[in-house]
Design a protein. Structure first.
Length: 422
């Protein structure tokens, strides 16, 4: 059987059962999400650091405006006044998302991945601004990730689109889903889908450093069983994390998945936002090059290539410019950096900060090379040119390979598919 033998019914929509997961910051680009939608599946953009993404690709100046306004706190170790305005978040979300929804073609959908952990010193106000702007911009669906999202439904419920936009929650355990469903019941608004992300995924993990003791299939089955017992057997459950081939996907479809969500295969796509040289590093990754560490300031473990330039970097904290991870004036990188710098911004810059990374700066600059556990198989998905460089397959190629592959096979692109100079 092939993935194309299945379909994904979401409300009144019939979709291809393949979802490209959100990859922040702007790794799952709007071009990639639009391709997934054109091909009949679902593509995610990410709303992480959208003001900065807009500056880069639309030429706005949100970041410098914020930095200018916050300059007075540059040398202060108290960052509690470092905030980002709701208007700026809203403007960036509208500017970025509206044209995507206008350009969308085909039978598929474009969703956004919204990470709760981007706390910005005022979690509820900023999350409310983000979620509502995304709905107002016409996004088809919102996947709530990186957090329990206990308040998200109440932050959205006054929006006229609250009952029409698709809302999904990403969980790694029944326990997390239980908590969310209690809130959903209160709002009489069940999630339209549940994504179960296992421990082999890329990005942040919903597990501790004991992630290796878990595996996706049993958790997926537990979630299915729990929903059925709670009287919600019809909520689509989507499996994510380590699904590398169409055959891996079929295994989950046979176990009752409504669809699968994948990401790592698409990090090296032509439409991926990663720089070309970083995609080559992903292609060349070996199993021993991939680690799960705790350098992320979100508090969640994160999987990445162990030679990611962000690891050990002592870049000056950039809270005035970004500040997406501040919580009550604090960020664990700020603390680690200040420890290394003798507790002040006035002295020399430390040479190395090992325990944490400035996630804002490093994600924005593509220096955290996060990937799923199967990234060491990316070399199986392409061919090398005479210059030794790997060909970047198109999003369409990878999408179709997932849909059509059998027996664990992977169709590689041909050399003439190289559309971009590496
Ligand atoms: C490069 C990369 C960046 C990611 N960024 C995010 C993110 O910003 N938010 C999120 O919820 N998940 C993120 N993820 C997780 C994916 O959306 C997806 O659920 C998961 O990686 C699927 O597993 P796979 O990569 O093994 O296919 C990221 C994954 C990768 C590979």
């Amino acid at each position: 059987m092939k993935l194309e033998d299945f379909s994904f019914r979401l409300g009144n929509k019939e979709l291809k059962p393949l979802i490209i997961g959100g990859m922040g910051v702007n790794i799952s680009t709007r071009e990639m999400a639009l391709e997934a939608a054109r091909l009949g599946g679902i593509g995610h953009i990410s709303d992480a650091m959208l003001p900065s993404v807009c500056d880069k690709i639309l030429g706005t100046n949100f970041t410098s405006k914020k930095a200018k306004a916050q300059r007075i706190y540059m040398n202060s170790i108290d960052k509690s006044q470092d905030v980002i305005s709701s208007e700026m978040l809203r403007e960036a979300a509208l500017l970025y998302t509206r044209p995507i929804m206008e350009q969308k073609k085909g039978d598929g959908l474009v969703f956004v991945n919204c990470m709760e952990k981007l706390t910005m010193n005022d979690p509820l106000r900023t999350l409310k601004a983000r979620l509502n702007a995304l709905m107002d911009a016409g996004i088809d669906g919102i996947t709530l990730g990186a957090g329990l999202h206990m308040a998200s439904l109440s932050l959205m419920e006054d929006n006229p689109r609250f009952r029409d936009v698709k809302i999904g929650i990403m969980v790694s355990s029944v326990r997390a889903l239980k908590l969310f469903l209690r809130r959903a019941t209160k709002h009489n608004r069940m999630p339209d889908y549940v994504i179960v992300e296992g421990p082999l995924a890329g990005g942040h993990l919903g597990f501790g450093m004991d992630w290796a003791n878990y595996s996706l299939m049993p958790i997926f089955k537990e979630v299915k069983e729990f929903l059925a017992n709670e009287g919600h057997p019809d909520i689509p459950v989507i499996a994510a994390g380590g699904i590398f081939t169409g055959s891996d996907a079929v295994e989950f479809m046979k176990a009752g998945a409504a669809a699968v969500q994948v990401a790592t295969r698409f990090t090296v796509a032509q439409e991926s936002g990663l720089p070309h040289d970083v995609k080559q590093a992903y292609f060349n990754a070996k199993p021993e090059d991939i680690e799960v560490n705790t350098i992320s300031t979100t508090g969640y473990p994160m999987r990445m290539l162990k030679y990611s330039p962000a690891i050990g970097s002592a870049v000056r904290p950039n809270c005035e410019t970004y500040g997406y991870l501040l919580e009550e004036g604090k960020c664990s990188y700020l603390t680690a950096w200040l420890d290394a710098a003798g507790g002040t911004f006035d002295g020399p810059t430390p040479k190395c900060v090992q325990s944490k990374t400035c996630l804002c700066t490093q994600m924005r600059n593509f220096k955290v090379w996060t990937c799923g556990a199967k990234a060491s198989r990316l070399h199986e998905t392409s061919v090398r040119g005479s210059d030794g460089l790997w060909v970047e397959p198109s999003t369409e190629h990878i999408f179709n390979d997932y849909m059509k592959s059998e027996n664990g096979e992977i169709a590689v692109p041909s050399l003439k598919d190289q559309a971009v100079p590496a």
